[in-house]
Write a protein that binds this ligand. Structure first.
Ligand code: PLP
Length: 301
C-alpha cells in the first residue's frame, strides 16, 4: 500500500505521495512567484468551511488571471479524493494555481504560459506550537520592514510574496520571538506570515481592514465574537493602538486562535495568554466540529 503518512499530492489527476510531486524549473510559479493558493483545514476527519475556502480560491485565481482548466467542482473533487486517499484525519490541505512554464521559450508574455493546478496535503500544521501559548507567545514588529503595499501585490489573493515576512521572521528569531507582524507605511498593523491579528479593548474587538488577506479564520472569529456579544470594528488599526489593547490574538487556519502575551516590549496582562482570547480559541475548536460547517471525508481505511 502506498505510504501517505507524510502527505499526498494531486497532480494531473493522480494522487501521489507528497515526496513525488514536483514542478518544472521554468514554471513562473517558481521563477516569478506567479501563483495563488489557498489552505483549508481538515479536522477530526472533516473539511472545515470547504466551500468558503473554494470561493476565496476561485476569486484569487480570477483576480490574478489564472485559468487552470478545472472548474470549482473538479477542484473540490480533487481535494476530497486526495484527502480520502491520504488517510489524514487532521490535515493542512493546499490548493495551488501556478502560471506554469512559458509555451514560447523565453517569452515575457503572461498569456503564453501553461497554467496548472496542484493539490497537496500534509499532517495539520500549527504555525505556533500550541505549547507556546501557555508559555506566552511573543511577537516582534520591526520598524524597518513593512508589508508590501496592497497596490503592489493584492493581499486578498493569497500569494507567495513572502520576502517581507521572511525578513521579519529573521528579525523576530534574532530577538527570541515566536513570529513577526508587519505594519504598512502609514503605521497601521497589517498581518503576519500566515495569520491575521485582533486586538480586544473591553467589549470591543478590532481587526485591520486593509493590507490583509481576508482570513477565513478571521471570518469565523468575527462570527464567534458577534455571538459572544462583542462590538466589532473592522478598520485601520494603528500600531500604537495595538500596543494599548487589553489582549491581542492571531487567527489562522494553521492553529486557530493564538493569544499573544507580548508584542515588542509591551506585555499584555501578566505576559500570559488573555482569558478572552483563550475563550475565543476554545469556541473556534468547537466551531470546527459544527456539522453545518463541515464536510466529513469518507476514508478508504
Ligand atoms: N494572512 C496571510 C498572509 C496568510 O498567509 C494567512 C493564512 O495563511 C492568513 C492571513 C490567515 O488566513 P486564514 O484564516 O484563511 O488561514
Amino acid at each position: 500500500m502506498t505510504d501517505f503518512s507524510a502527505g499526498a499530492a494531486w497532480v494531473k489527476g493522480r494522487v501521489v505521495p507528497i515526496g513525488e510531486a514536483s514542478i518544472g524549473v521554468l514554471d513562473w510559479g517558481l521563477t516569478h512567484s506567479d501563483a495563488t493558493y489557498d489552505v483549508v483545514p481538515v479536522w477530526r476527519g472533516g473539511f472545515f468551511r470547504l466551500d468558503d475556502y473554494l470561493d476565496r480560491f476561485m476569486a484569487s485565481m480570477a483576480a490574478v488571471r489564472l485559468d487552470v482548466g478545472l472548474d470549482r467542482g473538479q477542484i473540490r473533487a480533487a481535494l476530497i479524493e486526495m484527502v480520502a486517499a491520504s488517510g489524514l484525519r487532521d490535515a493542512y490541505v493546499a490548493m495551488v494555481a501556478l502560471r506554469g512554464s512559458p509555451l514560447i521559450p523565453g517569452t515575457r508574455d503572461p498569456r503564453y504560459c501553461a497554467n496548472h493546478f496542484i493539490g497537496w496535503c500534509v499532517p495539520y500544521v500549527n504555525i505556533i506550537p500550541p505549547a507556546r501559548i501557555a508559555e506566552g507567545v511573543r511577537v516582534y514588529i520591526p520598524d524597518d520592514i513593512h508589508r508590501i503595499p496592497e497596490d503592489c501585490v493584492n493581499p486578498r489573493a493569497k500569494n507567495y510574496h513572502w520576502g517581507d515576512f521572511t525578513q521579519g521572521l529573521f528579525a523576530a528569531k534574532d530577538r527570541d520571538c515566536d513570529t513577526t507582524l508587519l505594519t504598512d507605511h502609514a503605521g497601521n498593523v497589517t498581518e503576519g506570515p500566515g495569520f491575521n491579528v485582533f486586538a480586544i479593548f473591553g467589549n470591543r474587538v478590532v481587526t485591520p481592514d486593509r493590507g490583509v488577506l481576508e482570513g477565513l479564520t478571521r471570518r469565523t472569529v468575527l462570527e464567534i465574537c458577534a455571538d459572544k456579544g462583542y462590538q466589532i470594528e473592522v478598520r485601520a488599526l494603528p500600531l500604537h493602538e495595538l500596543l494599548e489593547a487589553d489582549e491581542v490574538f492571531l487567527s489562522t487556519s494553521s492553529g486557530g486562535v493564538v493569544p499573544v502575551a507580548q508584542v515588542n516590549d509591551t506585555r499584555y496582562g501578566n505576559a500570559a495568554p488573555g482569558p478572552k482570547g483563550m475563550a475565543i480559541r476554545e469556541s473556534y475548536f468547537d466551531w470546527m466540529l459544527r456539522p453545518d460547517l463541515r464536510l466529513e471525508v469518507v476514508y478508504a481505511n
